[in-house]
Design a protein around this ligand. Structure first.
Ligand SMILES: [Zn+2]
Length: 313
């Protein structure tokens, strides 16, 4: 099965990970005339001020003006041999308004932006956003509390306490998201955090320590909806940079039908047929024919899990 075109997947950069531990090679990349960095202000990316925006890459000569002296500079990879970095700053004043980035574009939130820029750029944005957010929240060592400093071109932070020297690495949090099916019906739930009361989606939850993907699927479905799951098969996965998840899409075969929702997790759950769901894909805003149900848009893996199951009948 080929991977659907998931938003935030398909990063075109060569991550050139072997250069991260080579200081001289990194210096050469930073100094290269083709080097550029992507500025993120409060985790919003700079994009060109066009109707069809693109990521707005900037010369490294402007790095200090944007991010201050000795900023955390993260190596994203090579774009046709040209080095690409990311750097972040925080604050109330938008640097694109009368600041060092004025005239260079505007800062945009990643989620709405992802659908407006080319797919490969959304993937680069996911990489940059997750890493910058991780650095922002790991300035101190979790072992001894001393300050940490960026290492390995942004893929590590090292404790600066000589007696500790612990190394910390960026996390990716696995989340299982599963389309639970039984015969011609599948199970969708309405999470209390969903934007509208019509929105239903595949169930999802974090994988816990010491748990396999299949075990996480079975536990989450039973906890949230009281449904017993048997066979679990992998479908596809999606990076989700809010802040740093990997959505692992699965199809789960239900062995029971009676729904018992956990009200702390779900407001409602329903068994729906292929016919009921099929009409959602014909509607521009992904509503069912009777208007009573709305499924997630194509930037979410849940959309593709539901679509794939509907098409498999
Ligand atoms: Zn430490």
């Amino acid at each position: 099965m080929s991977q659907p075109p998931h938003t935030f997947a398909g990063n075109p950069l060569d991550r050139a990970a072997n250069t991260r531990r080579e200081p001289e090679e990194l210096e050469r990349l930073v100094a290269a005339p083709t080097s550029r960095f992507l500025p993120l202000w409060n985790l919003r990316a700079l994009v060109t001020a066009d109707d069809t925006p693109r990521l707005s890459w900037q010369p490294l000569s402007d790095l200090d003006a944007f991010a201050g002296e000795n900023p955390d500079l993260i190596f994203l990879g090579l774009s046709n041999g040209e080095p690409r970095f990311a750097a972040g700053t925080k604050g109330e004043d938008d640097p694109s308004v009368n600041g060092c980035m004025s005239g260079r574009g505007r800062f945009e939130e990643a989620r709405p932006l992802a659908s407006d820029i080319p797919g490969g750029e959304a993937a680069v944005l996911a990489q940059a956003r997750s890493l910058i957010d991780w650095h922002d929240r790991h300035g101190f060592c979790a072992v001894c509390g001393a300050p940490t400093a960026l290492g390995e071109a942004g893929y590590m932070r090292a404790c600066q306490n000589e007696a500790c020297k612990a190394q910390h690495f960026p996390r990716t949090d696995p989340v299982v998201i599963m389309l639970v099916a039984r015969g011609d019906r599948c199970l969708l739930g309405r999470n209390k955090r969903f934007p509208t009361r019509k929105r239903y989606s595949a169930l999802a939850g974090f994988v816990e320590p010491g748990e396999s993907m299949e075990e996480a699927v079975r536990r989450e479905v039973f906890e949230e909806a009281g449904i017993v799951v048997g066979r679990v098969s992998y479908h596809s996965s999606q990076p989700w940079p809010f802040p740093s998840s990997l959505m692992i899409g699965c199809i789960a075969e239900a062995e029971s039908e009676e729904i018992r929702i956990d009200p702390n997790e779900l407001q409602d759950a329903l068994w729906l047929t292929r016919d009921e769901l099929g009409s959602c894909f014909e509607s521009p805003d992904y509503h069912s024919a009777d208007g009573q149900l709305e499924i997630p848009s194509p930037d979410a893996i849940a959309h593709h899990l539901i679509k794939s199951w509907v098409a498999s009948g």
